[in-house]
Design a protein around this ligand. Structure first.
Ligand SMILES: [Ca+2]
Length: 496
């Protein structure tokens, strides 16, 4: 079960559109890890020979011919020509590229062979966090013109055999940019393992697992995306609002809210809200026809904060909720069941609904499934009792059909009712039944051939009276007759 809230301003939408136009790659969890591992590999691979070295506790440094350096903080050192070094921080810095900072209890060995200078070896230790800062010049082709440089910190219990082998459990990730993106904060228990030299060379991806329990993205103007609840940590996991387009991540009973500016001129389909499996509650506001909601499987509730949206309910019994009274809207239910229904705010925009069985206004409940359960209940109710169904009674029978009651079972129940018996008599003859079913259900007198047929099958016991009533109710003639009355939806009062 996830709770997702996205609330973006126009400024943030515009900035993201510009950023993705020039740098269209999607930030994924795998890419975040890969960048850190590749930076570590890059430094180790390209800085084998130092140009100067000083290892004097509590600090030490090495400089390299390309201007890069390594700096040790909180350093201890044993021995004089060989021994052990520890440090609480190690910085790897490459000018106009990046700075990589390891914090923790870092262990190294050193020796000074007669035929060369000091040789440092990585002896592992514990890393509590790794921070990768990009330090690109604005003229660099890798520089992001919208976000600028970024800072990524992985925090947790990390271990490293060397700069490439990176096995860890990361409990939080923080990503910030110079501009637009204030912070992406991710917490959970993300495991990384088996990240060999291939990842450093960019020929494979970090192997990731575990769970993300929350993702909070904040932009400088206050726009936010928050996701709480478990997300399976995979390398492909998208770390921004585009995750909403993938219903596979939201398979529980989710609460999803998307708010965008009312008038948006272009919008990626990624801003759609997808509930996936489970009974979801999705609220959408803004962006009109460019913001859609999809309930997926389950019994979903879609709350429309404003209008002009496309809503699909998917499988299950789905409800859309509109603000305001029913009289403020014009409803046109789908006559095919699989087509679209429209709900139009009078003087305003239309919402296009498919797979939405029920809608709710401030003062009314309306069923759109006029060819489904609600239509069956309405037609039989009217056929049996020859009147417009009362809201509470209809609500009760709709509930029974929703729960699996067949039209025939419903007809049997009706035939035992006081109202039915007062209308048809306690022991009506077959002749009386045929006359009255034609009048009440089909609103006409029986034609001679029809009367003869039904009398015959009733007299011979081939068909019961309730079977005849159910047949009349669902006949093409009655469906066509009732449709104009219920095309604007079937008002009812929910039972239970
Ligand atoms: Ca769903």
């Amino acid at each position: 079960m996830n709770t997702v809230a996205l609330n973006f301003s126009q400024a943030t939408l515009d900035a993201l559109a510009a950023q993705r136009a020039t740098s269209p790659s999607i930030p994924t969890l795998g890419k975040v890890f890969n960048q850190v591992i590749q930076a570590g590999y890059d430094f180790a691979a390209n800085h084998y020979y130092y140009s100067d070295i000083l290892l004097e506790a509590p600090e030490g440094w090495l400089t390299y011919p390309d201007g890069a350096y390594q700096y040790f903080y909180g350093m201890t050192k044993t021995g004089t020509t060989s021994g052990a070094i520890t440090a609480t921080r190690l910085e790897d810095y490459v000018p106009d590229a990046y700075k990589l900072t390891y914090d923790g209890q870092l262990k190294f060995g050193y020796s000074t062979p007669a035929d060369s200078g000091t040789v440092l070896t990585n002896e592992g230790g514990t890393i509590n966090s790794v921070t990768l800062e990009s330090r690109l010049a604005a003229s660099d082709t890798r520089y992001d013109p919208v976000f600028g440089n970024t800072v990524t910190t992985l925090t947790g219990a990390l271990s490293t055999i060397d700069a490439v082998q990176f096995n860890s459990t990361v409990t939080s990730i923080d990503i910030a940019a110079d501009h637009v993106l204030a912070s992406t904060w991710i917490s959970g228990a993300i495991t990384a393992s088996g990240n060999t030299v291939d990842v450093g060379l960019g020929t494979s991806s970090a192997t990731l697992g575990g769970t993300i329990t929350s993702l909070v993205q904040t932009y400088v103007d206050g726009s936010t995306l928050t996701i709480s609840g478990p997300l399976t940590a995979t390398a492909a996991l998208v770390l921004d609002e585009r995750i909403l387009a993938d219903s596979a991540y939201f398979s529980g009973n989710d609460t999803i809210s998307v708010t965008l500016p009312a008038s948006v001129t272009s919008l990626s389909s990624a801003y759609s809200a997808n509930g996936g499996d489970g009974d979801d509650r999705i609220t959408i506001t803004g962006a009109g026809s460019m913001l859609s909601a999809h309930g997926g499987n389950g019994n979903d509730t879609i709350v429309l904060g404003d209008h002009g949206h496309t809503v699909t309910g998917g499988a299950g019994m789905d409800t859309a909720i509109f603000s305001g009274i029913r009289a403020a809207y014009t409803v046109a239910a789908s006559t095919s069941g699989t087509g679209t229904s429209t709900v139009t705010l009078n003087g305003g925009a239309s919402d296009v609904l498919s797979g939405i069985e029920r809608i709710q206004f401030d003062n009314a409940y309306v069923a759109l499934d006029i060819t489904g359960n609600a239509g069956q209940a309405y037609r039989l109710y009217q056929a049996a009792f020859h009147r417009t169904p009362d809201l509470a009674g209809l609500g009760y029978w709709i509930k029974q059909v929703d729960n699996g009651m067949s039209v025939l079972e419903m007809a049997k129940n009706f035939s035992r009712s006081v109202e039915f018996q007062s209308l048809y008599g306690v022991s009506p003859t077959n002749d009386e039944l045929v006359t009255n079913f034609y009048r009440n259900a089909l609103h006409r007198e029986a034609e001679p051939a029809g009367r003869a047929y039904w009398l015959d099958v009733l007299d011979r016991g081939l068909v019961t009276a309730t079977e005849m009533l159910a047949f009349f109710s669902e006949s093409a003639e009655n469906q066509a007759a009732v449709q104009p009355v219920i095309i604007t939806g079937i008002a009812y009062t929910p039972y239970g």
